[in-house]
Write a new protein. Structure first.
Length: 755
């Protein structure tokens, strides 16, 4: 038998046609605290309108004082090496040195060999080798900087180089991501503080604009260094989940208890001592499994354990089976309570109340009936330089989870279920909610909220690079000025060209210091910022995070739960279209109002569905109407909540406007059948129904219905991305951090070189 070659790299593993072994990405990682807080330069704003005043007093403020510490290079002795020739023979020169002081400016463009081969071999990965479980978000700007055919150039040329990268026809010409878009999004350049363009594509701020204003050439390594400090490198996920189906696990244990109890040699009419306590404990454990808001109490665990021990004494012939039941219960409760893992310390602050899915009880925001309910909190775990308190500012409300540390960017709530329509053993992921409390205010209908968001949108990342650039240039000018300051007779000993050069250097120094002080004063005013990463593309960022999770967990389908079968059934807001804009209707399309205020269905998909649609086209997956399970189809007994238009005025309004659906009709009454869960047996379903009634608030009548796995009532047809195992491999490669119209790549026939 031929020896099977073991893959030596991530790429080779993909080439051999199989999914490489993947380790679960760490959910939380404790990191050192950020820097304490900003230096006290904010006070410069109050020092007066003149730069002179700011300069004099500013020298006593740390950041300003540090800037003016720049000194020229060590003293150089200038010795005359040729006769002195003065443009004015009547004016004596100083010690014959002056002719050696005239400086010439070299070429500003330093030609260099493009380093794009590094990007081709390791695309979207900051030049590092691609590895499984590695980088999720990659930088197109980094690869663009490597591609430049010069090592150093005027800042204006770098600006044009990045400006020209905002093109749809720009793709990787080879390598493992051949055909993938390498278009550079202006959003990435802004959040790097590299250069910020206005709507007319003119540079208005940023590192390169500062360098261009001072006519300072910039080298490639400086730009690469800035991009390496990209905020996308500090994006992390806090994953809150208690596992597959804790309520179902306790229900399965209940079925096993009933099976063993049926063997007890007792009259059928007589109650079994301690058996009711066992069932009661299981029901209370099931209550926690439904809401998932805290530990299963020790009293519940102790009651169950003691009752099982008493049953074992009374029925020793079933001792082994009862012992196995006790083991199953201990494992289930232990696994559930272990979900209270400590969340990370961010900026040295602990958010102590996020041990479990914090908002599962908010049933208006997520579809019921799922398994593996998860809340992913996507946060920024890195320094926020020059930001007071090192937190983001939330213009409307506040973060749902990380209130203490204030670093939450977005969150997503989702679950998954087995779906026989995909094939045996395949599962289907359902996304119920995506939200950014930090960035969503920019799209608010409230004008004041929008203005507040943009007023505080000051990018804190790489701000020091601007001042460092000016400080380095200041040192160069001082070095050029040093010989003039050593001359004994001052300007009287200089030739006219030397006097002109001296005046030019002094002017450059004054303008440089004026610009630097402006930069420092601006930095000092960042008492709060809304400028977190992914300000415009947070929906797309969350979708990419979900696609990577799908690949790691081998889930083959993902659907955005339509607003018409979720939020609009449960919490319809007639004057707001945000749900339709993000989640869409049953066909994935959004809604808008025309000039007359009439509702009109959009021809385009909602924002989240559009991301899935474009990614499917680009990665060779399918995006089509597909049956999405409402509860586990493999469990026949369904607990269904009937929500009727007669009991809910908001639901009736949503139906009348075509913004909600109904599944059934009784006379003229329209009914939505909301699946709350599924069970293996009718007795288990009865216990689950009781537990639901005890633990959550319901809107309608609960009933138990038996459905087989193929019943259409188990499913809703919704737009779905369906990916086979080969396509999932592609989601393990780095994905471009920032969207352009929701997209990542431009071709469908991708990855031939590795698959």
């Amino acid at each position: 038998m031929a020896e099977v070659k073991q893959p030596q790299s991530f790429i080779e593993a993909l080439q051999q046609g199989g999914l490489p072994p993947m380790e679960e990405r760490p959910v939380v990682v404790a990191t050192p605290s950020d820097e304490e807080g900003p230096s006290a330069i904010g006070g410069l704003a109050a020092l007066g309108a003149t730069i002179l005043g700011a300069t004099a007093l500013g020298r006593r403020i740390p950041a300003i004082r540090n800037y003016f510490k720049t000194t020229p290079k060590p003293k150089i002795d200038y010795l005359p090496n040729k006769p002195v020739v003065s443009s004015n023979p009547d004016i004596p020169t100083a010690t014959g040195q002056s002719t050696d002081l005239i400086t010439t400016t070299g070429k500003e463009l330093v030609a260099g060999k493009s380093k794009f081969a590094t990007a081709l071999n390791n695309p979207l990965n900051f030049g590092e080798p691609i590895k499984p479980g590695g980088r999720l978000f990659g930088s197109a700007a980094y690869d663009r900087a490597l591609e430049a055919p010069f090592d150093k150039a005027p800042a204006q040329q770098w600006i044009r180089w990045f400006q020209d990268a905002n093109r749809g026809d720009l793709t990787y010409p080879g390598g493992p991501l051949q055909g993938v878009s390498r278009r550079v999004s202006p959003e990435e350049l802004t959040e790097l503080n590299l250069v910020n363009f206005d709507t007319a594509q003119k540079p208005i701020s940023g590192f390169l604009k500062t360098a261009a204003d001072q006519n300072i050439p910039v080298d490639r390594d400086s730009i690469l260094s800035m991009i390496k400090r990209s905020p996308i490198n500090n994006i992390k996920t806090l994953r809150l989940t208690v596992g597959k189906d804790p309520a179902g696990e306790f229900g399965a244990i209940r079925n096993e208890v009933a099976r063993v109890a049926s063997k007890f040699n007792l009259p059928l009419a007589e109650p079994v001592p301690y058996l009711d306590d066992v069932y009661g404990s299981l029901r209370r454990a099931m209550n926690k499994g439904i809401v998932q808001d805290g530990d299963i109490p020790p009293s519940v665990i102790n009651t169950f354990q003691n009752s099982i021990l008493e049953l074992t004494k009374a029925h020793p012939e079933q001792a082994k089976e009862l012992s196995n039941i006790l083991i199953q219960f201990n494992r289930a409760t232990g696994k559930y309570n272990a979900a209270s893992a400590k969340p990370p310390a961010i900026n040295g602050k602990q958010d102590l109340n996020n041990y479990y899915p914090k908002h599962k009880e908010q049933r208006s925001y997520h579809l019921d009936g799922g398994e593996n309910f998860t809340e992913d909190v996507i946060f920024y775990d890195g320094p926020l330089p020059k930001v007071q308190g090192s937190k983001f500012s939330y213009s409307e409300g506040g973060p749902h989870y990380l209130k203490n540390s204030g670093r939450e960017l977005a969150f997503v709530r989702y679950d998954d279920l087995p779906n026989p329509k995909l094939g045996a053993g395949k599962r289907h992921l359902r996304v119920s909610e995506v939200q950014s409390d930090l960035h969503s205010p920019q799209f608010s209908s409230n004008k004041d909220t929008v203005e507040k968001y943009f007023k505080k949108k000051v990018v804190p990342f790489n701000q020091d690079a601007n001042v460092q650039l000016l400080q380095n240039e200041r040192s160069k000018i001082l070095t050029k000025l040093a010989p003039y300051q050593e001359l004994g007779r001052g300007q009287m000993g200089l030739t006219r060209p030397q006097q002109q050069e001296l005046a030019k250097l002094k002017y450059q120094l004054n303008e440089l210091d004026r610009n630097a002080l402006g930069q420092l004063i601006k930095q000092g005013t960042i008492d709060a910022t809304t400028a977190g990463p992914f300000s415009r593309s947070y929906n797309d960022m969350v979708v990419k995070n979900l696609l990577r999770s799908m690949a790691e967990r081998r889930v083959n389908a993902i659907s955005i739960v339509p607003a018409s079968m979720n939020q609009n059934v449960k919490m319809f807001a007639k004057n707001k279209l945000g749900n339709e804009m993000n989640y869409g209707l049953q066909d994935g399309k959004g809604l808008a109002r025309d000039r007359n205020g009439k509702l009109v269905k959009s021809s385009k998909y909602s924002a989240l569905n559009e991301s899935l649609n474009k990614i499917a086209k680009q990665y060779g997956a399918k995006f089509e109407m597909f049956p999405m399970p409402k509860s586990n189809p493999l469990k026949p007994y369904k607990i269904i909540e009937e929500i009727t238009d007669t009991s809910s005025q908001s639901y009736r309004d949503a139906l009348d406007e075509g913004r909600a659906i109904f599944n059934n009709k009784r006379g003229k009454t329209r009914i939505f059948e909301n699946h709350l869960g599924a069970a293996e047996t009718e007795a288990e379903a009865e216990m689950l129904k009781t537990a639901i009634n005890e633990s959550v608030s319901t809107r309608g009548t609960l009933k138990i219905v038996k459905l087989n796995a193929d019943s259409p009532k188990n499913y809703e047809m919704v737009p779905t991305l369906v990916a086979d195992d080969a396509t999932l491999q592609k989601f393990l490669l780095p994905q471009k951090a920032y969207m352009y119209e929701g997209g990542l790549v431009e071709n469908t026939d991708l990855f031939k070189s590795i698959l």
